[in-house]
Design a protein around this ligand. Structure first.
Ligand SMILES: *Cc1c(COP(=O)(O)O)cnc(C)c1O
Length: 338
């Protein structure tokens, strides 16, 4: 199946340097007793955008089609998505307004100034604050209000919504991403991916099933617990399969989640996250990020311990990027990592 041709029915901006590399992690394979591969979607090309480059191709494509001049988007203070949207907007000659939500409690000055915040400033994006971090509907409504203001001023805003009640355009990028991976390494026994908004997990799973790849895809919860994430994934997969006119039963029975690596919560670094991050760096020289990819790798280690991943099997870990947050989490990472 030629996904790229199929996905051409959706407007798409060219942001990506694909295919991204796939590598075998030789030292970790020996260490863990599995045949471990990594899909380097931290290297998608656009300014550290990681997995968001694939997703933004479809949002920005629609924005271009609507002749938008300003992108509005909401996320955590250290969100990779909002910073990557600002980079994509810059590349396509649009302005951007980033709404930063208070999602992570107790973070200090470095969190508020370094990492993605610094990058967004360099990109010239406008910031607005939002006082809550668990109110998707409220955050979207605040963006809509701002967009309405801009319209009255004669501008053409395009809103990238957070809430699940909008078409999951970003997931289309991972339908293509799954096909790309499958062409690169053929079959595998199991894949491990992060599950946050669910666009990556949902698109990846759908893409694999569409080409007949039946390997389990474990979504590692990075934002909500397993129960809440399952509801979100069902909702997202229902919308995604409708968007591309695929039978939802192809994927709805295949939602596998693991929330054992989420603790102590979204955007918070516990000992297990730190251990996974340093293991990957010291064994393979690859940097994971503290919010998503280190937790995803920690989830893989958990699944191995729990016997859900069996020794000797071929496992693919999706690296979704996010490294700029390493600098924002300096205080959380430094004390124990020496
Ligand atoms: C946003 C993000 C994720 C989560 O992806 P979703 O598609 O929202 O589930 C994972 N890793 C990184 C680095 C991210 O920035």
């Amino acid at each position: 199946m030629d996904f790229d041709q199929y996905l051409d029915s959706f407007p798409r901006a060219k942001l990506l340097g694909a295919p991204t590399p796939v590598e075998r992690l030789n030292r970790l394979s020996d260490h863990l007793g599995i045949d471990l591969w990594i899909k380097r979607d931290d290297l998608t090309g656009l300014s550290f955008a990681g997995n968001k480059a694939r997703q933004l191709e479809f949002y920005l494509g629609e924005a271009q089609q609507q002749r938008a001049d300003t992108i509005l988007i909401t996320g955590a203070v250290q969100s990779n998505f909002v910073r990557s949207a600002a980079a994509a907007a810059a590349k396509l000659g649009m302005e951007s307004i980033l709404q930063l939500e208070e999602r992570v409690p107790g973070m200090g000055d470095i969190y508020r100034r370094s990492g993605n915040v610094l990058l967004a400033q360099i990109l010239g994006a406008d910031h607005i604050g939002y006082p809550r971090g668990e109110d998707e509907q409220g955050a979207d409504t605040a963006l809509e209000t701002r967009a309405e203001q801009l319209r009255r001023e004669g501008r053409k805003p395009y809103v990238i919504h957070l809430g699940i009640n909008h078409p999951p355009l970003g997931a289309l990028g991972y339908i293509a991403g799954a096909a790309e991976l499958s062409q690169q390494i053929g079959g595998f026994d199991l894949a491990v991916v992060p599950s946050g908004s669910g666009a990556t997990h949902g698109g990846f799973l759908t893409g694999l099933r569409m080409i007949g790849e039946t390997a389990p895809v474990f979504g590692i919860c990075v934002r909500r617990d397993q129960k809440a994430q399952k509801t979100r994934m069902q909702n997202l997969l229902g919308k995604l399969t409708k968007l591309i006119r695929v039978d939802p039963s192809l994927v709805l029975e295949s939602i596998e989640l693991w929330d054992g690596a989420l603790s102590p919560g979204y955007g918070q670094v516990g000992p297990r996250t730190r251990e996974a991050l340093t293991l990957m760096a010291r064994a393979e020289g690859i940097f994971l990020d503290p919010v998503y990819s280190a937790k995803t790798f920690a989830g893989l280690l958990d699944l191995l311990e729990a016997g859900a991943i069996q020794k000797g099997t071929k496992v693919v870990l999706l690296h979704t990027g996010g490294q700029p947050a390493l600098f924002a989490y300096q205080e959380e990472l430094q004390p124990q990592s020496s």
